[in-house]
Ligand binder design. Structure first.
Ligand code: LLP
Length: 413
């Protein structure tokens, strides 16, 4: 999110924090169009190869307005549920631009996707068999589990190699290929995803080299997908950025050498989610109460873990800064919390901020990925609105705030 201090408050491409709060209410999810586009373009420049495609992993944020921009920038998209698929279709993605990559899918989901002629990637022998029974003329892809020690990620909950539910283990792959042949089909692609948020590309390159090696055994494969996981430095003071150029160069060297050795030129792909949207987003919230309990200064806001789950679920760090009254005197160390009825309802601990008072605005940075998509109605609170700050400096509502009627609507009384 791009902003700068002006007249003692933060201003977003000319629009002040207090104006956004007044017009749209808080908490408020904000996105910056320019940054979103810049991230897409950077990804498009990662590889110099013509047979390299970038899919956006829409689980990070599936707001239709953002998906439209991502599509305009030429990225394709993955979907892991019929819901994501519907949002992507609404954003204009065509079947050819979508990769359906779920796990433990219902037969009705598999059938619906096969009817739309969307490419499917499956992650178990069961699913492969069930899918081919439903759609014998299709040629699915398979997700490989690279095995213990080949994962990476910011938390054990998001490492996806080894003793986790994802993918087919390498020793079972030959069986999967045989099964497909017996059913008159062929496995045309292999993919892996080692986990989410790494800033060191080494484990990813190792896994990619492993998948390339594996693919040598299966000449019919013409699609190799290396998943997502590119991290962003949420803690700017202590973390380095992902070495994008260096990774791109090494990747191209690997892929080029493999193509030369095998004489094959498959489609290569990656599917990052977080990298595309995380830093394009931020959440504006309002302080409701300030108090000191047992020596801890608490700043209680209107943004609970129901609206930003990452700090609570993964002990994830999001930078929190003041968005108004920037020079309100001495600094204090605060525990910033929300308004949910649980002691674990924290946005950040031990945060040094200029003295806070009720009605002060705070900006939680880098919430564009796995922010609004992971919000819930816990404690029966309507979910926040989302606003796009366009490159022309206009604030455009791209999702209205839910209201109490929304909460009542789906219940049978
Ligand atoms: N491909 C597959 C198969 C995935 O499972 C994921 C993420 C991605 C791509 C995109 O990964 P990314 O580039 O965004 O790291 N809620 C967690 C992250 C969960 C990631 C799940 N899978 C968080 O807030 O950190």
């Amino acid at each position: 999110m791009i902003f700068q201090p002006l007249n003692n408050e933060l201003v977003f491409r000319g629009i002040s924090a207090h104006r956004l709060a007044e017009e749209f209410g808080t908490p408020l999810y904000l996105y910056d169009e320019e940054i979103l586009r810049k991230n897409c373009r950077q990804l498009q420049s990662l590889s110099q190869l013509d047979n390299f495609t970038v899919y956006y992993s829409a689980k990070a944020n599936a707001n239709i307005a953002l998906l439209k921009i991502i599509r305009e920038e030429g990225l394709r998209v993955d979907a892991m549920s019929l819901g994501e698929l519907a949002l992507e279709e609404a954003a204009g993605f065509t079947p050819k631009e979508i990769l359906f990559l779920g796990n433990n899918l219902k037969e009705s989901d598999l059938f619906a996707v096969s009817q739309k002629k969307i490419q499917v990637c499956l992650d178990s022998l069961d699913q492969l068999k069930r899918y081919l029974d439903l759609a014998p003329t299709t040629q699915p892809y398979l997700r490989v589990n690279p095995g213990v020690g080949f994962g990476a990620g910011h938390h054990e909950k998001v490492i996806t190699a080894g003793k986790v539910k994802f993918g087919i283990e390498v020793p079972q792959l030959a069986q999967a290929f045989r099964l497909a042949k017996e059913k008159g089909s062929e496995i045309k692609g292999l993919m892996l995803h080692i986990g989410s948020l790494f800033l060191d590309p080494t484990p990813w390159l190792t896994a990619i080299a492993g998948l390339l090696e594996l693919a040598k055994q299966f000449p019919e494969v013409d699609y190799l997908d290396f998943g997502g996981g590119i991290g962003v430095p949420y803690n700017r003071q202590n973390e380095q950025r992902f070495p994008f150029q260096e990774f791109g160069d090494k990747l191209d060297l690997l892929l080029t050498a493999w193509m030369k050795e095998t004489g094959r030129a498959p489609q290569f792909a990656i599917e990052p989610g977080r990298f595309v949207v995380a830093e394009a987003g931020a959440t504006l919230c309002e302080v409701q109460s300030v108090k000191t309990n047992s020596g801890v200064h608490f700043a209680g806001t209107d943004c609970g873990f129901n609206f930003l789950l990452r700090p609570e679920l993964y002990e994830a760090y999001h930078e929190i800064i003041k968005a108004n009254n920037l020079n309100s005197g001495d600094k204090l160390r605060y525990q910033v919390t929300g308004n949910v009825c649980e002691s674990g309802d924290n946005l950040g601990k031990d945060r040094l901020l200029a003295k806070l008072a009720p009605k002060d605005l705070l900006l939680i940075r880098d919430t564009g990925a796995y922010g609004h998509v992971m919000a819930s109605n816990y404690n029966a609170m309507p979910r926040p609105a989302e606003v796009l700050i366009t490159h022309k400096g206009q604030a455009r509502l791209i999702r209205r705030r839910e209201n109490i009627a929304d909460l009542l609507q789906s219940q049978t009384i």
